[in-house]
Write a protein that binds this ligand. Structure first.
Ligand SMILES: NC(=O)c1ccc[n+]([C@@H]2O[C@H](COP(=O)([O-])OP(=O)(O)OC[C@H]3O[C@@H](n4cnc5c(N)ncnc54)[C@H](O)[C@@H]3O)[C@@H](O)[C@H]2O)c1
Length: 419
């Protein structure tokens, strides 16, 4: 049996989540040096990945990105090689440059997609059809039909296609999932997730035009709920409602169709008992107050036959108060940026890091013939097959808002479809 080899990886998207660099300079959010590139540089230091490349749209951004990574990653942690190959090259601007970058890769290598929501699908298709393993950020796709296509393609090409739902690796969430399994029939789930209204400026290029706040934030807790209820209940009907008026007013002036706060009300049917039905409410907002002390407010409540679970992921009993900025709550369990005693990067236990490492481990294991890509569907990993109901609910929610009607979700043969 072959042993696991290092793997080469391409990062698609050079933005906030990948590098911490945004169009207007270093990010002011909680991801100042990003997540994806930092994790891959550290996985290279640890001997799991080898050659790295990055593709965006505007090649002119790379000198500033390299300087930012050199100063804030190579300059902050020991033994960090921040080199990567760039696309498009020569300062060109090319939205299809991902094709050139992918054409240079060999089957079995890895592609990690953190680009705007509407581009996930074409990039993932292009990569999978060339035998590459794909990790795509949430929301995997906007349309359920596209999600179904990716499931079929990944199966056909025998590659890992995972969705980067890192909350599945949060120890609190995975413990809560195990406890929920002991509480009997599901009854009620309520999730809230919000970011400050300053995000409407950060996201002004796409907010309300290409995607909405439900896709952007509720994707997280819809996935957590689908994961908890996997094999015990299925969603059957979605009704959405939205609050408006802040995003479209001064000083944000988003396009007229931009919602502020979106709520999806979802009916769930137990797969074990006809009489047991549950209700879930997933709300997301990007018009939450500034200076709330957290970048993302996020809490949820789960009730079942024999008990209840409450999680407040934003406040973990750790706060810092500064004269200038007041009190803030931090979450080093997600990404820990402070270095180790030896001066190395020390965030290997963060669930933002683990989520990427587990995908890289799976891809290497499949390449070595130790596992097959479909084995991961059986283990609760966020594979494209295991996340289909998340997309079904999000897409149904969008249709419900646009067409002002309830949308049914049902299974036709092996395929989940909307009514
Ligand atoms: N998992 C999370 O917690 C999380 C957090 C933030 C963002 N995201 C997701 O990541 C994605 C990007 O978010 P971000 O905050 O990094 O955004 P961003 O706007 O900072 O960056 C987007 C990047 O995508 C690039 N891009 C756009 N079209 C492209 C194309 N055709 N080919 C290659 N690159 C292209 C842009 O050049 C830019 O570098 C979104 O889907 C978002 O939902 C996930």
């Amino acid at each position: 049996m072959a042993s696991e080899q290092t793997i080469n990886a391409l990062m698609c998207g050079t933005g906030e989540y990948t590098t911490g660099w945004t169009g207007s300079g270093a990010s002011q959010s909680d991801k100042k040096i990003g997540v994806v590139a930092l994790t891959l540089f550290d996985l290279r230091r640890r001997g799991k990945v080898d050659h790295l490349a990055m593709v965006g749209v505007n090649g002119k951004k790379f000198p500033a990105i390299r300087e930012h990574l050199q100063t804030n990653i190579a300059g902050a942690y020991k033994d960090m090689d921040v080199s990567f190959d760039e696309f498009p090259k020569n300062n060109l601007v090319d939205a299809e440059s991902y094709k050139q970058a992918i054409d240079k890769m060999k089957p079995g290598e890895a592609v990690i997609i953190f680009t705007p929501d509407t581009t996930h699908y074409p990039i993932a298709v292009y990569a999978i059809e060339r035998g590459l393993h794909v990790l795509v950020t949430k929301p995997a796709t906007k349309l359920l039909s596209h999600h179904n296509d990716l499931i079929a393609l990944a199966k056909k090409h025998k590659v890992c296609c995972w969705v980067e739902h890192h909350k599945r690796f949060d120890p609190v969430y995975s413990d809560a999932k195990a406890r929920a399994a002991t509480l009997g029939e599901f009854n009620f789930f309520n999730a809230w997730m919000s970011q400050p209204k300053s995000q409407l400026t950060t996201f002004k290029d796409w907010a309300g035009k290409e995607s909405d706040i439900s896709y952007y934030l509720s994707s997280h807790h819809i996935d957590v709920c689908c994961w908890i209820l996997q094999d015990t209940a299925v969603p059957t009907r979605v009704v959405a409602s939205a609050a408006t008026g802040i995003a479209t007013s001064e000083p944000y002036n988003c396009v007229p169709q931009t919602e502020d706060t979106i709520t999806l009300l979802v009916d769930w049917q137990s797969t074990k008992s006809q009489t047991h039905k549950g209700t879930a409410v997933y709300t997301a907002s990007w018009t939450a107050p500034l200076k709330a002390g957290v970048h993302s407010a996020q809490h949820w409540y789960y009730m079942a036959e024999k008990g209840e679970i409450s999680v407040d992921q934003a406040h973990r009993g750790y706060d810092v108060t500064l004269d200038e900025t007041g009190k803030a709550w931090y979450n080093p369990f997600y990404m820990k940026y402070s270095p180790s005693e030896s001066g190395h990067f020390d965030g290997q236990r963060g669930y933002g890091y683990i989520s990427i490492e587990k995908f890289i481990d799976a891809a290497r294991s499949v390449n070595a013939g130790l596992t097959t890509a479909d084995e991961y569907d059986k283990n609760g990993f966020p594979t494209i097959a295991n996340t289909v109901l998340t997309t079904a609910i999000l897409h149904a929610g969008r249709i419900s808002l646009d067409e002002k009607r309830p949308v049914g979700i049902k299974k036709e043969g092996d395929l989940w479809v909307l009514e």
